[in-house]
Design a protein around this ligand. Structure first.
Ligand code: IPM
Ligand code: MG
Length: 370
């Protein structure tokens, strides 16, 4: 058995290393029991990188990321780094990875697993069996638009500027991903913007409609103002299948979707680039949650979003559907036994630590493989 998949693991800060450690146990398990193994390289990112190198990500790590088949990313940031200048904040690392690797399509599935509806902030019947996909544009919009900055005005007051900007090709390519995803699901796309107040939103709406009419007539498309979409998500989430939105609205809507599914600790994500000549996409997989410094180091973190991100990697980067299914089934089974990390704790459930959850997943994988 020779390692054939090159993986770069960037655990990062806060709970990042804790949830990554549990996910690495699954990789080891797969290496031991099955024919796949990964050539795993590790690197520093975020505050951990800043502490050593005075930068949230070094050029060397960026080069490793560019040559890897996939990047598995934990989380970055923490109060220790809050007062750093903008260009060396831990978050710059993830933004640079997204931008430099061209990872424009961010898939954030929000799924409510059996028995998990009671952990949701919403009434159980509203979210039971929920399965929606938020598709967020990830390399454009106000996150990267120029001009940006804080300037001092002649009277001594300041002016902060960011620019929301999208071009036709940027909107077309994310729209295509949305329609392609919908074709494999329930064939419904809602596109969210603020066409009522923003020119970039008007363009977004027109281009998405155009791509639909030209190439994807078989998919149902509707447009929603992003604020209404946020409300609809908490009012009647099951009306949605795929929601496509720009970088900022997608950031907000995916956090709402997370609350529907019980906890940010349950949500994985995949960030994909354009396919190259061989049909391969650059890819980074990360949980939607952040570094959660308030619970870091206490064994309280939920490792499931990280594990589900790993499962997405198996599926989208390596076409290993069988193995991805196994990880997901193991997670479902363990949840069905009532084991819960504190973030998804409900009445009558058994509260467990990060590593106990990891133990349970591995035991379940053993069962599934036998
Ligand atoms: C996310 C996060 C990031 C973002 C931060 C950490 C830069 O909120 O991935 O949703 O805003 O994109
Ligand atoms: Mg976010």
């Amino acid at each position: 058995m020779k390692p054939n998949k090159k993986l770069l693991v960037l655990a990062g800060d806060g709970i990042g290393p804790e949830v990554m450690a549990q996910t690495k146990r699954i990789m080891d398990w797969m290496a031991k029991r099955r024919t796949i193994s990964f050539d795993v390289q590790e690197g520093l990112v975020g505050g951990a990188s800043y502490d050593q190198h005075k930068t949230p990500i070094t050029d060397e790590v960026m080069a490793d990321a560019a040559s890897a088949d996939a990047v598995l990313f934990g989380a970055v940031g923490g109060p220790k780094y809050d007062s750093l200048p903008f260009d060396v904040k831990p978050e710059r690392a993830i933004l640079r990875l997204r931008k430099d690797l061209g990872l424009f399509a961010n898939l954030r599935p929000a799924v409510v697993y059996p028995g998990m509806a009671s952990a949701s902030a919403l009434k159980q019947e509203l979210v039971e069996d929920l399965d929606i996909m938020i598709l967020r544009e990830l390399t454009g919009g106000i996150y990267f638009g120029q001009p940006r900055g804080i300037e001092t005005l002649p009277d001594g007051t300041k002016r902060g500027v960011n620019t929301q900007v999208y071009t036709t090709p940027e909107i077309e390519r994310i729209a295509r991903v949305a329609f392609e995803l919908a074709r494999k699901r329930r064939k419904k796309v809602v596109s969210a913007e603020k066409a009522n107040v923003m020119e970039s939103g008007q363009l977004w709406r027109d281009v998405v409609q155009h791509v639909h009419d030209k190439e994807f007539k078989d998919v149902e498309l509707s447009h929603m103002y992003a604020d209404n979409c946020a409300m609809q998500l908490v009012r009647m989430p099951k009306q949605f299948d795929v929601i496509v939105a720009d970088n900022l609205f997608g950031d907000l809507l995916s956090d709402i979707a997370a609350a529907l599914s019980g906890s940010l600790g349950m949500l994985p994500s995949a960030s994909l680039g354009a396919p190259d000549a061989r049909g391969r996409r650059k890819a980074l997989y990360e949980p939607v949650h952040g570094s959660a410094p308030d619970i870091a180091g206490q064994g309280k973190a939920n490792p499931l979003a990280m594990m589900l991100s790993f499962a997405m990697m198996l599926r989208y980067s390596f076409d290993m559907d069988e193995q991805a299914d196994m990880v997901e089934s193991a997670i479902k089974s363990v949840l069905a036994t009532g084991m819960r990390t504190p973030d998804i704790m409900t009445k009558g459930a058994a509260r467990v630590s990060t590593s106990t959850m990891g133990d349970a997943i591995l035991r379940e994988l053993d069962k599934l493989a036998s």
